[in-house]
Design a protein around this ligand. Structure first.
Ligand SMILES: [Zn+2]
Length: 460
């Protein structure tokens, strides 16, 4: 007797796709079998003509963002993770910030406290290091399941960056403790100088945001931190690659057997800097900025060839008011766009429907690789028996036009408004419990668990 039986579906994992039935017992996938068998189950879902994927794993999100103790995003952990579930996402990794001069362990515990009991799906945390104090807490953080540490090479005007000397020391320490590092890579001096120059020249329009953070700033910073990673032996994951040059460096580094991986976001594949010249252009500000069509094309190629390992969203949800209603100069607009609910249908339509990647390739980019890289596989990111029954049942033929009102964010805008897609997630299941079904949230909204993560286990 199963708790839940999903029958007649086409199961898709990173290896392939096949017709089968999937039985769930006590939150785990307990059997996968083909053909007709008389079995009983408390609940049966007929998934004929539908696809069954492992739940999406988005390893770079920012819910319930705070500034000076106040929530500045329009989502909370609770509303954000529900929107994520509607998009087929069953695991997220958010960030705990070390405040300058304060303990990162405290930052982690505070962030965990605000998420526990509030999340609809399973979650974990990275820790962002913003100074070198408390390096000795890294072993304790790793013991508590935080194996990945973010650093910034820029934002010195917000006190977030580490200097080159600090980076080397930080990399050595993380390496020694068998963790790994995630880099936000932009050359600080370039970004800062261009930004100040544009401010001085009263260049305020959204497009100048892109001019203030040129391609070369990303390329140079990636190249530099790759050198530090090579010399210290740490595994380096490059966050949100936005340029052709960044992707090219990742390809070269992999050829040279550097311990390196990289991610990009749906917006760098689907949008370009033209989005800054529309009346709502200010809403599309994020860092790194949107680029050119040649970058979109190159990043698509790098996704296809496996150079880019994962697609994540860097989701941040802000209201028009928070972004200044189009009245602020670019450098005062809060950066970040929402993306978590539309990632699966957009990437499916844009890359699978156009035959650029296969269905198993889609699962690999959005679920299996992120789970492997961040120490969650095979409980997450697989359809193996004995693992968490986190699933999304996807209808590949339903057509939708994306508008803010079909989504579940607390905002009246979306960067993909009027994009038409074929294929949409119908049912999302977390550890055997149906969370979303045909557009309704039917599950518990606060039973997501914190996931202690293992050491990196990704190809080396
Ligand atoms: Zn981010």
């Amino acid at each position: 007797m199963f708790d839940l039986l999903i029958k007649n579906g086409t199961l898709v994992d990173s290896h392939g796709m096949y017709h089968a039935n999937l039985g769930i017992t006590e939150g785990k996938i307990s059997t996968i079998y083909q053909g007709n068998k008389s079995v009983s189950a408390e609940k049966v879902i007929d998934a004929a003509n539908k696809l069954v994927f492992p739940g999406i794993v988005d390893t770079h999100v920012h819910f319930q963002l705070q500034d000076l103790g106040k929530i500045i995003s329009t989502d909370t952990f609770n509303s954000g993770t529900q929107a994520a579930a509607f998009g087929g996402v069953t695991t997220i990794i958010d960030f705990a910030d070390q405040k300058r001069g304060e303990s990162p362990l405290k930052g982690f515990l505070d962030r965990k406290k605000s998420a526990d009991g509030q999340v609809a799906i399973d979650y974990s945390l990275h820790v962002s290091k913003t100074d070198l104090e408390y390096l000795d807490e890294i072993p304790e953080l790793i013991k508590r399941g935080v194996t990945s540490f973010k650093f910034f090479t820029t934002y010195d005007w917000r006190n977030l960056d580490l200097t080159d000397t600090e980076l080397v020391q930080f990399f050595k320490n993380v390496r020694k403790n068998r963790g790994f590092v995630i880099g936000h890579c932009e050359n600080n001096s370039m970004v800062k100088t261009y930004r100040e120059q544009l401010i001085q020249d009263n260049k305020e329009d959204p497009i100048y945001h892109a001019h203030s953070r040129p391609h070369l700033a990303e390329e140079e910073a990636i190249q530099r931190v790759m050198l530090f990673a090579r010399r210290t032996g740490v595994h380096l994951h490059i966050a949100h690659i936005s340029t052709k040059e960044g992707g090219d460096l990742l390809a070269q580094a992999k050829q040279n057997n550097l311990r390196v991986t990289g991610e990009t976001c749906p917006h760098y594949l689907l949008l370009n800097e033209k989005a800054y010249t529309t009346p709502d252009g200010y809403l599309n500000l994020m860092s790194p900025p949107l680029r050119h069509t040649k970058d979109q094309q190159a990043l698509i190629n790098q996704v296809q060839s496996g150079v880019i390992d994962t697609i994540i969203t860097d989701h941040c949800e802000f209201s028009r008011e928070r972004k200044g209603n189009g009245k602020l100069p670019f450098h005062q607009v809060t950066n970040g766009i929402p993306g978590i609910e539309t990632s699966l249908p957009l990437i499916h339509d844009f890359l699978v429907n156009s035959n650029k990647i296969s269905y198993p390739g889609l699962v690999q980019l959005l679920s299996t690789n992120p789970a492997k890289l961040f120490g969650l596989y095979p409980q997450k990111g697989s359809l193996q028996t004995g693992t968490d029954a986190d699933l999304v049942i996807f209808d590949p033929s339903v057509r939708k036009t994306i508008t803010p009102d079909i989504l579940h964010y607390n905002i009246d805008w979306n960067p993909y408004t009027n994009f038409q897609v074929t294929g949409w997630p119908l049912i999302t299941i977390l550890r055997g419990n149906v969370l979303c079904e045909d557009g309704d949230f039917v599950g518990e909204s606060n039973e997501g668990k914190f996931l202690k993560r293992d050491h990196l286990n990704y190809g080396h």
